[in-house]
Design a protein around this ligand. Sequence first.
Ligand code: KG4
Ligand code: ZN
Length: 345
Amino acid sequence: MPTVLAIETSCDETAVAIVKNREVKSSIISSQIPVHLQYGGVVPEVASRAHLEIINSSITQALEQAQLNWNQIDGVAATCAPGLVGALLVGMTAGKTLAVVHEKPFLGVHHLEGHIYATYLSEPTLEPPFLSLLVSGGHTSLIHVQKCGVYKTLGETRDDAAGEAFDKVARLLKLGYPGGPAIDRISSQGNPKAFVFPEGRVSLPSGGYHPYDASFSGLKTAVLRLVQQIDNTGGKLPVADIAASFQATVASALTKRAVKCALDHELHTIAVGGGVAANSALRAALQTACAENNLKVLFPPLKYCTDNAAMIGCAASEHLAAGHTSKLDLGVQSRLALTEVMKLY
Ligand code: KG4
Ligand code: ZN
């Protein structure tokens, strides 16, 4: 299998990794959290500038950590979609330039395909078909993984992504950015049954509810109303209880849908990916429900749940082995469906 140097700059992490198939030779991740903290969220222009400042040293560090030189690298990959356009451009320009200078094939990689491949990094024997539950800051999807590059979306969110809901609720509770880890931390001191929030079912025009789609905007509004109500009465906000109840509601909504989807499609493994895969309540709920239903559930190690380049390199290594390469005029795209992945090659 080929060894690939991969770059990920789709949002607020500057990451470079060297990966051979499922083996990580090096992984450098520089978070921009301190840069964006003062704004309470990611500022796209600031993110692009921060990527630019650190990309070259990250590439050098990745090569040094892996103790490899360019003769031992078979290809260069960079995330090309979806993400912040300016941020993506930094990684793509660096990747294409390295590919040209060192005469290596270049591959643009879909960020969400990377999150699916994160599970492979700790599961050397995992093979499709399986169900992927992708839960990140920008996406919430149930994907039938059929083979490398072939994906079918079985369920998604109709509004906010799971991570986005965590970030917005954390802002309401004044817990700072990024919200997911902050809510996860404070929830351990709260009662997850203190408040009952709506799980956000998606009704169908023909009646009934969509079995796999989710909606988190109603849940977020319910938390907002509760916070306003308590504020208006001058009471002290029970932050830990609200956080724990919100987190339990998200975990339950995602778990129910993922388990039903896996059972209905006779998929015996659920692989969870994306930043929210780090959430302790979601992990616990899925582990319990999967054990009860004779399903296997897999989570990437925490460092590969949130954005990293090792997952991008893992996907690229398999695409390159299959003979897939991108043209150098491939552009970046803020949005791109996972079902369109093969258009990149
Ligand atoms: O996958 P990711 O790093 O970036 C995107 O592709 O969006 O996901 C970031 C999201 C953020 O919304 C963050 O709040 C959330 O993942 N997140 C968590 C946890 N760690 C990160 N959400 C819940 N619990 C966590 N422990
Ligand atoms: Zn991501």
